[in-house]
Design a protein around this ligand. Structure first.
Ligand code: SF4
Ligand code: SF4
Length: 106
């Protein structure tokens, strides 16, 4: 999350502290642990993924991590904070992210 905030602050040119840009509610939302109430979670087909990085760029929480130069290393999602919004799955050009119900297969 801090990387995302840094990026937005740089683009905005604002010198205000990050807390003024996002506000306390949004900050708490982003930091909320979702493991107990998320409805869906992303499951990545590691073999089909080409590590293009698009899902990581579009994830509003900046919680998808990958090594774009080493395909032997898995793309990971920090499920402690993932909200299950499905944006990563929607933008993946190869369709290799499936949103599965929590408690389901995957
Ligand atoms: S489901 Fe949403 S919050 Fe979770 S990794 Fe994908 S884009 Fe990020
Ligand atoms: S957008 Fe799809 S192909 Fe690109 S890195 Fe993410 S999961 Fe892999």
């Amino acid at each position: 999350m801090s990387r995302l905030q840094d990026r937005v602050m740089q683009q905005s040119g604002s010198s205000k502290p990050v807390r003024y840009l996002y506000g306390p509610v949004a900050t708490v939302f982003a930091a909320t642990q979702t493991g107990t109430w998320r409805i869906h979670r992303p499951v990545i087909n590691q073999a089909a993924c080409n590590r293009c990085g698009k899902c990581a760029r579009f994830c509003p929480l900046d919680i998808i991590t990958m090594d774009r130069k080493d395909r032997s290393r898995d793309v990971t999602v920090d499920l402690t904070y993932c909200k299950g919004c499905g944006i990563c799955a929607a933008v993946c050009p190869l369709g290799c992210i499936a949103m599965v119900p929590e408690g389901g297969e995957g």
